[in-house]
Design a protein around this ligand. Sequence first.
Ligand SMILES: Nc1nc2c(c(=O)[nH]1)N[C@H]1C(S)=C(S)[C@@H](COP(=O)(O)O)O[C@H]1N2
Ligand SMILES: [Mo]
Length: 166
Amino acid sequence: MMSVEPSGGARLRIDGLVEHARDFEVDELAAMPAGAHVRVAAEGGSKRVGEGVELVALLDLVQPRPEATHLTLHADHDDFHVSVPLVEVRGQGVVAYERDGVRLDRATGGPIRFLIRDPSACHTGELDECANVKYLSRLELTARKGRDTRPLDDAAHAALHAQDHA
Ligand SMILES: Nc1nc2c(c(=O)[nH]1)N[C@H]1C(S)=C(S)[C@@H](COP(=O)(O)O)O[C@H]1N2
Ligand SMILES: [Mo]
């Protein structure tokens, strides 16, 4: 089911096992230091291209607790969720909000989209293409694997792609 969108500015919540849970407005992401910004450009003309801030820069601000083992990516918009080991995603994740300097919209997976620098093919590993969560609303740090609704086989994957959540 589609959720009702808040009328205010788009924001990302980071919470769970962190010292400083907080929301990041898109404008706050854009205002992060230049050194935190990065561009992700996938091979082969993929749509999974964009610019944003490195996950590590955001984690440095919220400070995950030592017991946090997993990062769960939530998309409230279409109830899609992915949970991956923190140690694997730390250096791979990018929180994107622009593509070629233009803010992301629903059609491009926005207003905020998670991008993995070097994902494996769909359902071939923890950090696969399916973990490039669109319409990202929340990052949750947990002490075990959290909710994960990624398709597990080709049939489930085809069914998911037949839908259009944008
Ligand atoms: N919110 C959300 N994010 C999602 C999905 C989804 O259904 N909902 N599908 C995933 C899957 S299975 C893949 S392969 C990629 C597809 O990204 P694309 O639409 O940019 O090609 O998005 C991932 N992110
Ligand atoms: Mo996928």
